[in-house]
Ligand binder design. Structure first.
Ligand SMILES: [Fe+2]
Ligand SMILES: [Fe+2]
Length: 151
């Protein structure tokens, strides 16, 4: 069997996800330092959850005899305003979900990685809906009220 596509997609997910998960962790620490304990904890937990997926794809590569590369250094600036961060994250989230949708057909010949990616895609879609929900909530109840809920 030829696992070239699996290697490429798994490595791409490991790179992108490890980088973006780390940003969530740093944002979580930033929000906590501003007093938004709940929001901060949400992103710290999110980091742990996403690193779980990095671990799954790493294991998949190792199971297939492929030693993954480490390439997760992406430079970015942390965003201090929670709403501005939600908006920026929603944009990235949409791009990520689109990439995963495109990856699915390419994984059709590897049902194991297909299933892992399907479950991961579901998770990422939920993240996207969460971002959308929060922004809708901010519109409805007002930004100040939403921020109070994040204390
Ligand atoms: Fe995320
Ligand atoms: Fe996620």
């Amino acid at each position: 069997m030829d696992f070239t596509t699996t290697f490429q997609i798994s490595q791409m997910i490991v790179n992108e996800l490890a980088g973006s998960a780390f940003v969530h962790k740093m944002q979580g620490q930033l929000f906590k330092s501003q007093g938004y304990t709940k929001l901060g904890q949400k992103y710290l937990d999110h980091y742990t959850e996403e690193m779980g997926w990095v671990e799954k794809y790493t294991d998949r590569l190792l199971d297939l005899g492929q030693v993954p590369e480490v390439n997760v250094c992406n430079q970015t600036t942390l965003i201090e305003d929670p709403k501005a961060y939600l908006e920026a994250d929603l944009k990235l989230q949409k791009e990520g979900v689109e990439t995963l949708y495109k990856a699915m057909p390419a994984l059709a010949s590897d049902p194991t990685t297909y299933d892992i990616t399907k479950a991961y895609l579901l998770d990422e879609e939920e993240d996207l809906y969460w971002d959308e929900e929060q922004l809708a909530l901010i519109e409805k109840i007002g930004y100040q009220n939403w921020l109070v809920k994040q204390l």
